[in-house]
Design a protein around this ligand. Structure first.
Ligand SMILES: [Zn+2]
Length: 519
């Protein structure tokens, strides 16, 4: 590690580099010295310490200066520092948090291995600080029968990454929106729930059956809320920016209609099946979030997530703006005009920005943040959607939807923290205890390890991420481990370089310049 990362040194006790040094503030400690026989990805972490860092434990609701020790893959000790020992330590440097849990990612295997594989996706996850990832079933073949989940599990074993890979089964056979998939067999095979993501559950009737059957297994239906009639042919959020750019609009009503349909069907099904659960993923509009807020207040068992890109970017990026969404808000909370502001600095129609649901207005982004702050949104999920270059190097409206987002999620949220829009502890909770809390509300998996609380728990297998808020890194095709280089943040610097990710006691990622663990 470089001295600028101190305080918050990491070291491997017993290695030559750290001998005699307490790794205290300002000391180089084990700086830059790779432990002679450090563990490789997948191996149990023998011994690892972080001294004088900032710990965040969203389960205890506690953050502050502290130290941790990992021994033989177990989080052996968590020490909260007080008084003189804590002097000078703040949350602006090295942070230790529980490993992140992504409820929505696309690893493209089987079927689209040019875009991503289980191995490359797991590497991207670990580089982003994630130790658990739930995959969507829009593979080819779709994950609509247990054979496909077996293929995914075989790829996980072959890849050797310790990142925990979970999966949603398809709602409908072939995700065709007609017949239900083999839901019972999929439940037996251990899917986390059901979704036709990539597309909404096609009809209210199909959704009704799906919620009912999934509910019998205590599992949720996760819906991508989109009214396909209203969004047909759409290229961008329907509004001012799309009008000027000449792009076909995806209206707010398309999401509102779908969310209200889903909530009405859920309410109905609950009378027959009280274990029915609905999760709405990547909700993107203020109006739809209001519906979720009201449904939660009325006691409906619904949860939702928002994405980093809907929080921090806005539709004006398609025109060439590159300011964060909160910088595009007027004093009265309305969206500013990027043309009037003279902030169009990039080439318009960057297809890395084509995503579904589309980037909305700055006011919608602010509503996503407000939902995260008031608990309407339970978690941040990435909707990591890697694509090949050929699927993106076409006209804007013909480009595949999706952003390769797993490795930039932390940096994007930290930009919101740096701007005093989001407390650090809330950002971390949205990536850890938030998704765990959603899963804990699904009766079929609530008592399984997947729903573990995800704090910094002494005596449990180490599952954590260490990152440095003071260390900025540039997003480039080379720094992204994902095969998908389709990020609108390419070229941009983000804070919060991930130094180390440990999943289930095993090394998942280590920054090459900061290697300091021991096998
Ligand atoms: Zn989706």
């Amino acid at each position: 590690m470089s001295p600028k990362r101190a305080p918050g040194s990491t070291r491997s006790a017993g290695s030559a580099g750290s001998a005699g040094s307490a790794g205290s503030a300002g000391s180089a400690g084990s700086a830059g010295k790779r432990a002679a026989a450090g563990p490789r990805v997948g191996q149990t972490v023998g011994r690892f310490e972080v001294e004088k860092a900032w710990l965040v434990d969203p389960v205890l609701g506690r953050e502050g200066p502290g130290e941790i020790v990992v021994a033989d893959g177990i989080l052996e000790s968590v020490v909260w520092l007080k008084g003189a020992e804590a002097a000078g330590l703040d949350d602006k440097g090295v942070v230790v948090a529980p490993g992140f849990f992504d409820l929505h990612a696309h690893f493209r295997e089987p079927g689209f291995e040019d875009a991503e594989t289980i191995a490359s996706g797991s590497a991207a996850a670990a580089h982003g600080g994630y130790t658990s990832v739930a995959l969507m079933p829009n593979t080819s073949p779709a994950l609509d029968e247990p054979g496909v989940i077996e293929r995914i599990r075989a790829a996980v074993r072959a890849g050797g990454s310790p990142v925990e890979i979970l999966a949603f089964g398809a709602v409908s056979a072939g995700r065709a929106g007609e017949q239900l998939s083999a839901m019972g067999e999929l439940a037996d095979a251990g899917v986390l729930g059901f979704s036709d993501d990539g597309a909404p559950v096609r009809t209210p009737k199909l959704l009704r059956s799906a919620l009912l059957y999934a509910g019998m297994f205590g599992l949720p239906v996760v819906d991508h809320a989109e009214d396909l009639e209203l969004s047909e042919g759409a290229e961008a959020h329907e509004g001012y920016v799309a009008s000027i750019l000449g792009l076909a609009g995806w209206p707010v009503a398309g999401e509102v209609n779908a969310v209200s349909r889903d909530l009405a069907v859920l309410e109905d099904v609950l009378r027959d099946e009280p274990r029915a659960r609905l999760h709405l993923t990547h909700v993107s509009t203020s109006a739809a979030l209001d519906l979720v807020r009201r449904a939660k207040a009325a006691g409906l068992p619904v949860t939702c997530d928002v994405t980093p890109h809907h929080l921090a970017l806005a539709d004006e990026w398609i025109a060439g703006a590159r300011r964060w969404s909160w910088e595009a808000l007027g004093a009265d909370g309305t969206s500013r005009d990027p043309w009037a502001d003279g902030v169009l600095v990039a080439t318009p129609y960057d297809t890395a920005l084509r995503v579904n649901p589309p980037l909305r207005t700055p006011a919608d982004a602010a509503a996503c943040l407000a939902a995260l702050l008031d608990g309407t949104a339970d978690a941040v999920a990435t909707d990591h959607a890697p694509h090949t270059v050929v699927d993106k190097e076409v006209e804007f409206g013909r480009a595949s939807n999706g952003i390769s987002g797993m490795e930039t999620a932390l940096g994007v949220l930290l930009a919101m923290v740096d701007a005093d829009r989001l407390p650090l502890a809330r950002a971390i909770a949205a990536l850890t205890a938030g998704p765990a809390g959603i899963v804990a509300r699904w009766p079929g998996v609530a008592a399984t390890p997947v729903a573990r609380p995800r704090g910094l728990t002494e005596g449990a297998p180490a599952d954590l991420v260490v990152f440095d808020r003071a260390d900025r890194w540039r997003v480039t095709p080379e720094t992204l481990r994902s095969k998908g280089k389709n990020s609108p943040l390419l070229g941009r610097e983000l804070s919060g370089r991930v130094l180390l990710t440990i999943a289930g006691g095993r090394l998942a990622y280590e920054d090459p310049e900061a290697a300091s663990t021991e096998g």
